[in-house]
Design a protein around this ligand. Sequence first.
Ligand code: ADP
Ligand code: ZN
Ligand code: ZN
Length: 734
Amino acid sequence: MAQDLDSSAGVSPPNSAATLLTPVVVDLPHHSGLGGALSYRHTGPLPAGTLVQVPLGRREVLGIVWDAPREAADTVEPEACKPVGAVLDLPPLSDHWRALVSFAADYYRRGLGELALSVLPPELRKATPAALARRSARLARAPSPGPVAPSALPPLTPEQSAVLQDLVGLTAVQRPGDEQTASAGRPRRGAAPTPVLLHGVTGSGKTEVYLRLAQEALAQGRQVLVMVPEINLTPQLEARLRERFACHTLVTLHSGLTPAQRVNHWLQAHLGQADLLLGTRLSVMASLPRLGLIVVDEEHDPSYKQQEGARYSARDLAVYRAHLEGLPVILGSATPSLESWRHAQQGRYRLLRMPSRVGDGALPQVDLVDLNLQPRSVVSGAGGSLLSTALVAAVQERIDRGEQSLLLLNRRGYAPVLHCGACGWKSECPHCSAWRVFHKVDRSLRCHHCGAGERVPRACPACGNLDLSAIGRGTERLEEQLLPLLRGRDGGPPRLLRIDADTTRRAGSLQSQLAQVHEGDVEVLVGTQMVAKGHDFRRITLVAAVNPDGALFSSDFRAPERLFALLMQAAGRAGRDAQQAARSRMLVQTAFPTHPLVQALRQHDYEAFAASQLQEREAVGLPPYSHLAVLRVEARSIEAAQAFMAEAGAAAQATLQLLQAQQFLSAGELTLYPAVPAPMARVADLERWQMLLESASRPALQALLRQWSPQLLALREHHRAVVRWALDVDPLSL
Ligand code: ADP
Ligand code: ZN
Ligand code: ZN
């Protein structure tokens, strides 16, 4: 296949026998899983990993020399190849880096060049060698902050000491030929240390453990990669890292950076000028030549999984990268993913626990409000406020004491649907299988899936009835209903603040809203899951889950795991100040108070929850007891989606039989499920279908995917009404 593509590079003049053919990967416009590097002519060898500009069709594009060059076999061959253009004056990307990218491309079934180029900063593709040289020179001259006297470190808690004792020598430099003293946590030469799963409740001081390990790695002249799910939600971690390591250079990598910042930070990491890299999932593939430690904070968080393009799990790739480079990796969470938890139980990860909060901080007591016992005004399906007397009283009590409350409702907008009582009309989205959400602030109906919006109609579009009613509630309505029920500490109206995707659209608005909370300008905070994560709120002593029941009975098998993590996180926002911990509460309003999830939450018992979930998963053969891949298709009509799926399914079936005949797979080792409409069956006028593959054996599943994905690519050529298709390996949602 590489040969075919080579010839498309065009014909160039003949050249001397000393010409070398240099394999270069470029971003080909397929997500094909097609192997290859293209061959370009160059006199003299270019080291693998060198960044070059090469002609592709009529364009000059950025490419990466992928392998050692080979001598042209005959005089004809080099003529078919174009010459390498400019060679960028940067150190080559390492063998490890290329191995990581190759693995990811193969495992997640994407084109090697597509993936390799997509994880480089976009500016790098545009940069001319001259501009790049100027940029690198400027970065090199950037003044490095002078050494700062290390401020006194806080004494460690007994749990932190125990964990760090256990990890002594974890970050010791592995240099071939060095004397190696034997100590716990230290690997045999050449072997990667066992990944560490740090299970510590919120506020147990996990961050201090990361900081101490980072300090050790930095002292050895190594770089440290710290990964977080979303940087904007955790500005405090960045601040703590900067403060602790003031004499080191820290850079960040995340999607909120400007293109110029992104390329500068990337270059600083690649050139070894940055000692610490704090980043979101894309940072897992940053070039870090002196890398010595990887930390993955909140390892369970779904945002580590990329949801488009190459659908990689940055958490899993971090573990793979550590293995590849022989480095320590530490995964931290108060509610580990069930995948990681099971690895720990099997001994593949080392489990370390920090079960108590720093100082005297207790976890908040969890009280349940049984919605079955509430009056109709609270729970009636359509119009109920969902504000129980107990909830309102608890919030008022906080206000009177000068403390804060956080009300969590995972739905933004005013009401999820507008309804006509006369004819039954509902605010359906014409483009999606979803309701359009009623937003009262700007009197709009907006679809949260395709974005389509319009002004709220004055009357029912179907029958003209003037009396339309809002059904259910979102954060906007919760805020509105709460307002008259409470009084502020100064006797006036309570100071409420709502934080959700609607209130934080403008750059910087989230930061300023969080600042209001921290400064105590807010008495009651209403928000979506956005506010449940990470924030170190000091004055919140009440956290209420207003209506979490939906996720208990979701069709998504991971919904309970996600809900539990969210509620444990949210509980962790209360009583972070030790002096207030004793009177901190979490209130959970539920119609299912005896549900095992709710019971485990009451006890703050992650392990009980994990055990019950794992039991359920094992009984039905779901991850982590099996491995999944999903083929997702979006087409202009149901018929088109079905036609593609029928052929794709037949191809998978034929491949499966072939692999069985060749004894790569045994019968029954892999299950192909029939294609079905996706849970959101239509978005933006596209029909969405999916087909599930499941196997207890990862290699079996990979073997099938490897053969199947080129077939899908070929198939797509005959199905023009299929707009998009993608394989999702280890999908997070079905
Ligand atoms: P986690 O990441 O486990 O939720 P943090 O690392 O944020 O917990 O720690 C919770 C709080 O305890 C933070 O305010 C932190 O500054 C404080 N803390 C952590 N370790 C110590 C310690 N050894 N002594 C005093 N305070 C500590
Ligand atoms: Zn009507
Ligand atoms: Zn829509």
